[in-house]
Design a protein around this ligand. Structure first.
Ligand code: HEC
Length: 195
C-alpha cells in the first residue's frame, strides 16, 4: 500500500516537473482583462478630470490646449514606462496621432455596428491577441460616448464658439472631430500590452 502511494506521489511530482518545463502559451485570463478594464477607466477618468477642472477654472478656450497636451502626455507616460500603450482613437480624429490602425479600425467597426443596432452597452469591449515579433500582445478597446460637456469642442460646428474654433483650426487644420451629438459613439480607448 505504501509503495502504491509513493508511486503515485512520484508520478504526480514527475507530471508537475514536466508541466513546468513546457512554456505555456500566454492566456488572456480574467485577471488580465480586469487590469485592462481598470487601466482604460482610470485613463479616461484622469483625462476627464483635467478637462472639466480646466473648463471650470479657466474656461473652454484654455481647456482646448490643456486637453490636447494632456491627452498626448498621458498617452506617452502610460506607454513607454509600463510596456503598454494607451491612447484614444477615432475614425473622425482631430489629431492624426489618434487615427486607428488595422485592429483598432476593426474594433471601431464592431462598436459602430452594435451602436446602429442599439446593442452598444456599458459593458461593450473588444479583445484581440496579436503576435508582434514573436511576442503575444493583447489589444483591448473600450467605446467612448459623447456627453454634454464634449459638445463645446466636438458638437455641431455652428455651436462651437469662435475662439475655440480658431484654436482648433490653427492646431488641427484637418480636424474631423466635430458634428457630434449626445450619445454618439466618439471613438475608443485603445490599449496594447504584452501578455
Ligand atoms: C475644450 C475642448 C474639448 C472638450 C470639451 C472635449 N474635447 Fe475631446 N478633444 C479635444 C482636443 C483638442 C482633442 C485632440 C487631442 C489630441 O491632440 O490628442 C480631442 C480629442 C479627443 C479624442 C481623440 C480622438 C481625436 O479626435 O483625435 C476623443 C476620443 C475625444 N476627444 C473625446 C472627447 C469626449 C468624450 C469629450 C467629453 C467628455 C471631449 N472629448 C471633450 C478637445 C476637447
Amino acid at each position: 500500500m505504501k509503495k502504491i502511494i509513493s508511486l503515485s506521489a512520484l508520478s504526480i511530482f514527475l507530471f508537475l516537473v514536466a508541466g513546468c518545463g513546457e512554456k505555456p502559451t500566454p492566456e488572456l485570463t480574467e485577471q488580465i482583462k480586469n487590469g485592462l478594464r481598470t487601466d482604460a477607466k482610470q485613463f479616461m477618468e484622469s483625462l476627464k478630470t483635467v478637462l472639466v477642472k480646466e473648463m471650470q477654472t479657466n474656461g473652454i478656450v484654455s481647456a482646448v490646449s490643456v486637453c490636447s497636451d494632456t491627452a498626448q502626455i498621458l498617452t506617452n507616460n502610460y506607454g513607454v514606462n509600463k510596456g503598454i500603450y494607451i491612447k484614444r482613437v477615432s475614425f473622425k480624429y482631430r489629431n492624426t496621432n489618434n487615427k486607428p490602425d488595422e485592429v483598432e479600425a476593426k474594433a471601431l467597426k464592431y462598436f459602430e455596428e452594435l451602436k446602429s443596432s442599439g446593442k452598444l452597452s456599458e459593458t461593450t469591449e473588444y479583445y484581440d491577441v496579436v503576435d508582434i515579433d514573436g511576442i503575444k500582445n493583447v489589444r483591448y478597446l473600450k467605446p467612448i460616448i459623447v456627453q454634454a460637456p464634449c459638445l463645446g469642442c466636438h458638437g455641431a460646428v455652428e455651436n462651437i464658439g469662435p475662439d475655440v474654433k480658431s484654436i482648433l483650426n490653427n492646431k488641427y487644420p484637418d480636424d474631423k472631430a466635430t458634428g457630434y451629438q449626445m450619445d454618439d459613439l466618439r471613438g475608443a480607448v485603445s490599449i496594447q500590452k504584452t501578455l
